[in-house]
Design a binder for this molecule. Sequence first.
Ligand SMILES: C[S@@+](CC[C@H](N)C(=O)[O-])C[C@H]1O[C@@H](n2cnc3c(N)ncnc32)[C@H](O)[C@@H]1O
Length: 224
Amino acid sequence: MRHLIHLPLCAAIVALFVVPAAAQNRGPGRGGRSSQLSPTVPKTESEKKILATLQSAVQAGETYANVPDSDGRMLRLMVEAMNARNVVEIGTSTGLSGLWFAMGLEKTGGHLTTFEMDPGRAATAREHFRKAGVERLVTIVMGDAHETIKRLKEPIDLVFIDADKEGYIDYLNKLLPLVRAGGIIAAHNVDMTPEYLAAVGKNPDLETVGISGGGGLALTLKKR
Ligand SMILES: C[S@@+](CC[C@H](N)C(=O)[O-])C[C@H]1O[C@@H](n2cnc3c(N)ncnc32)[C@H](O)[C@@H]1O
């Protein structure tokens, strides 16, 4: 079962497709358009703290090219649906996607390793993780991720590529061998990386869907 994409994940993906685009961008942080989708309601004290940190980061302008809430919610949902234990992110920025991941990882007992080359943004992310009480769930690796990801050795459940757009194929090539069968490679702003979409599209071991309504999220299943 661990090697198959889980049914709740499929259902969630379908649900996101049928929710109108304008309905997907609402929550505690970025994106407040009127919608049928209610904001994430915290179910635990920990979720409350994470959502409050997201909201205050946005209000304070401690942001840089972060995922909109709709995509953050999707990332969190995938972590829980897949029971992901080992999540890798390329492009930490100020840690907002990391906070969404952490919300899921609290449930799965997993860990996020996130790569960033900008010291100022990494410091802000570290502060957000501390404020949200999730710093134990996250490791920030500094430096050029094209080099630093070579240190990764463990099987990966979920990869999120959200850094230099011209680097997406290099990240894919370097990380794909580590992604377990049934694992997911999520890539952001894919409208800016047609060559990446072409590469995943022609690989017979991969299946890709696009999630509408957010920042352009492509989800690629590693089938074998
Ligand atoms: C789009 S932002 C990431 C947003 C973040 N995932 C979020 O949603 O909160 C891209 C980040 O990737 C970082 N970046 C770009 N090229 C990189 C590289 N080669 N190695 C490491 N980080 C890189 C940038 O400094 C920037 O902070």
